[in-house]
Design a protein around this ligand. Structure first.
Ligand code: DGL
Length: 272
């Protein structure tokens, strides 16, 4: 048993889709969330910049007495996870491994689509893990750089014209190839799930990094005997930190979390 909180971070608010799953899966846990909203997106930046930002995110979270870190960012998980895991003396988990394994197991026609940020796609991380699990799988990758800014600006719903246009632009080729499984390789993308599912006529299994990452964390805490103790009526509590104004946080976070934001929100400086 370990009652210390879990640190969770993302470049912005997309990582809240992981928190959403964690709140359901691990209701006894305390969560400290950092969204680097002042510097989102990470996905179009160089690996060295992503590493610098990831270190600053982790340094901030480790000022709290936390038991583990969930990297709720596909970009950091695919580009620099191994480096930060070697540098810090606490469990640091990413979202790419579990999602890749789930996709490798789910495909029936061996055609897996992968969408993510430029940095995630360029890293080849998802492909490497899928190939190890399922050498017969063919992987078709498409970077979708406009999805994150669209979602962060409130454009995610099915029927939203900007969303429909962008989904068509990015995903038409994958539809033509007849993939049967698609990894939503960025934690912002679960918000686009309905629009993407409709585009594929519900014929494609969508694998969310958020859901898979949360499951992976739960399994790891069970394995380490590090779950927090529960008591009747306990609900998970969250503290949220962002690096830009907190003005729109509650409205947007409510959308990402799928529930009203309860808990403390504060703007912090992490790059000094
Ligand atoms: N949620 C991040 C990810 O999963 C957002 C990407 C970005 O900051 O570009 O990759």
């Amino acid at each position: 048993m370990d009652n210390r909180p879990i640190g969770v971070f993302d470049s912005g608010l997309g990582g809240l889709t992981v928190v959403r799953e964690l709140l359901d899966l691990l209701p006894n846990e305390r969560i400290i969330y950092l969204g680097d909203t002042g510097r989102v997106p990470y996905g179009s930046r160089s690996r060295s910049t992503i590493l610098k930002y990831a270190r600053q995110d982790i340094d901030f979270l480790t000022t709290f007495d936390i038991k583990a870190i969930m990297v709720a960012c596909g970009t950091v998980s695919t580009t620099v996870l191994d480096l930060v895991q070697a540098e810090y003396n606490l469990p640091i988990l990413g979202v790419a491994e579990a999602a890749s394994k789930a996709a490798a197991a789910a495909t029936r026609n061996q055609k897996i689509g992968l969408i993510g940020t430029q940095a995630s796609i360029h890293s080849g991380t998802y492909e490497r893990i899928i190939r190890k699990e399922n050498p017969n799988a063919q992987i078709y990758s498409v970077p979708c750089p406009l999805f994150v800014p669209l979602v962060e600006n409130g454009h995610y719903a099915k029927g939203d014209q900007l969303v429909e246009l962008t989904v068509k632009e990015y995903l038409t080729e994958l539809k033509t190839i007849s993939i049967d499984t698609l990894i939503l390789g960025c934690t912002h993308y679960p918000l686009l799930m309905e629009a993407i599912d409709a585009f594929f006529g519900s014929h494609v299994t969508l694998i969310s990094t958020g859901a898979q990452g949360a499951l992976h964390l739960k399994q790891e805490l069970v394995r380490r005997d590090a779950l927090a103790a529960g008591y009747p009526g306990r609900i998970a509590d969250c503290h949220y930190y962002v690096t830009d104004s907190t003005d729109n946080f509650s409205r947007l976070a409510t959308i990402f979390l799928g529930r009203t934001v309860k808990g403390f929100v504060e703007q912090v400086v992490i790059d000094e």
